[in-house]
Design a protein around this ligand. Structure first.
Ligand SMILES: [Zn+2]
Length: 452
């Protein structure tokens, strides 16, 4: 009789499973509950559990009617979370299927929604998270991506609202953590970074930071090495991009160079707020300004010249560097993107505001990697050289303006920034620098331990 009741229970459970295949796990739990007449009791784990006697406790458990239990489970909804990587070849269907979501309405929404289409599909690999209900229906989808701004990232959210869906793009502040990388310098600092496959943003920053006192293409000696302690910008708990270098130590050709990022709170107020790189003596490493191209031939200076497009003498308000299309153009100093877009003669052009009334202009670009309002740091990649606008061939037209007046960019390098910290600022700086060096050394210790 009992066996018959049990087989009935099993049959009804199986029927439930057939009706609701999504609830296989829950159904199994029902089966175990319904048939569970045995419970095992094991003595609490003592120092050596294997040596202890195992007591089996057999207990009669009242088998509850199954149908009410199944009904309870049916009304008890639970959501499932899953994270996947998007692929450039993804369609709404292929992506949802990898996320274990079977929801034609969601697929239809992703196909027609402009925000979802532009941020999810046809892009590189991105991390996407989904929340689904136990009917494999989409509840919420979210995806994050970095902008060039070091403070904020963007998040796309697609969310169920009744029978339909809504999407929105949010701007959110990063969480910051720090990380350390180090390694030997085999040939040159630059080639070592390349072979270590370090983030391009990191090597660009290093070159920018040390450009005043260290030749990144200089040949290394035995024992040369680098350590870089930098910020990682995290979005919803996932590292999304490389932030600023906080401290670096480079031993090149036997000489040790340090760079410590330090915000001198007392001296930096309002518009000039921000930090700078110093060596251990508190001397600024700022070269003032970098050149906009790492290398390039200066073909036209700042003066009156025959305009090649208008065929008459005009004042050339900048300088031209000839370089192949796509050559990386970099920010000459920290600043904010005042404009990034198309302007007649300039073609694709970027205006950077560096504070203190200083503006730099990068024209005829083939591509632009930044957009209006973004903060950029010295050495940051802005875009590629091109020949958009009034240009006869690929070149970078570069301008330097002070309070709106065009200045000779070749003199720009001499408009230095701060040279060093005041005696009053030194104690706080030394303390900060000491902590940074400890971070760099902690890594050296780990490296030593690994070698031994
Ligand atoms: Zn020009």
């Amino acid at each position: 009789m009992k066996l018959q009741a049990l087989s009935q229970s099993v049959a009804s459970a199986l029927a439930t499973l057939k009706l609701h295949p999504r609830r296989v796990a829950a159904g199994l739990a029902v089966l175990l509950l319904g048939t569970g007449v045995t419970a095992f009791g094991v003595a609490p784990l003592a120092p050596d559990a294997a040596q202890l006697p195992v007591t089996e406790v057999v207990e009669q458990v009242q088998a509850l009617p199954l149908a009410p239990q199944a009904d309870t489970l049916l009304t008890h909804r639970f959501n499932l979370y899953r994270t996947e990587q998007t692929r450039s070849t993804d369609t709404a269907d292929s992506l949802l299927s990898r996320l274990n979501i079977n929801d034609p309405a969601a697929a239809a929404f992703l196909r027609k929604d402009a925000a979802a289409r532009s941020h999810i599909f046809g892009r590189g690999t991105q991390t996407i998270s989904a929340e689904a209900n136990d009917d494999q229906q989409l509840v919420k989808l979210s995806l994050r991506w970095p902008t060039e701004d070091l403070n904020f990232f963007k998040r796309l959210v697609v969310e169920r609202q009744g029978r339909d869906f809504v999407s929105r793009v949010e701007t959110e502040r990063y969480n910051r953590s720090s990380r350390l990388v180090s390694g030997p310098i085999n040939k040159t600092l630059r080639s070592s970074f390349d072979s270590a496959k370090l983030d391009r943003a990191l090597s660009e920053q290093m070159v920018g930071i040390f450009s005043g006192g260290l030749d990144a293409s200089r040949s290394a000696r035995q024992g040369d090495r680098y350590s870089v302690y930098y910020e990682v910008l995290e979005a919803d708990g996932e590292p999304l991009r490389t932030g600023r270098i906080l401290a670096a130590e480079v031993v090149l050709a036997g000489q040790t160079h340090h760079a410590i990022w330090y915000v001198n709170e007392a001296a930096t107020k309002g518009e000039n707020r921000g930090g700078a790189y110093f060596n251990l003596d508190g001397k600024s490493l700022a070269k003032g300004y970098l050149t906009p191209l790492e290398s390039g031939v200066l073909t036209s200076g700042f003066s009156m010249r025959m305009n090649p497009v208008l065929s008459r003498m005009t004042a050339h308000k900048g300088i031209d560097y000839a370089a192949p299309t796509g050559t990386p153009v970099r920010a000459v100093a920290d600043g904010t993107v005042e404009f990034a877009g198309r302007q007649n003669g300039y073609g694709n052009v970027i205006f950077l505001n560096h504070g203190k009334g200083h503006t730099t202009v990068y024209a005829h670009l083939n591509s632009m990697a930044v957009s209006q309002g973004q903060a950029v740091i010295q050495g940051q990649y802005l875009g590629g050289v091109g020949s958009t606008g009034w240009a006869t061939g690929p070149h970078l037209h570069f301008e330097f303006r002070v309070d709106g007046v065009h200045q000779d960019p070749e003199l720009m390098a001499r408009v230095g920034t701060s040279s060093g910290l005041s005696a009053a600022a030194m104690p706080a700086f030394r303390q900060s620098a000491g902590q940074m060096r400890q971070q760099l050394r902690a890594d050296a210790t780990v490296q030593q331990a690994l070698i031994q």
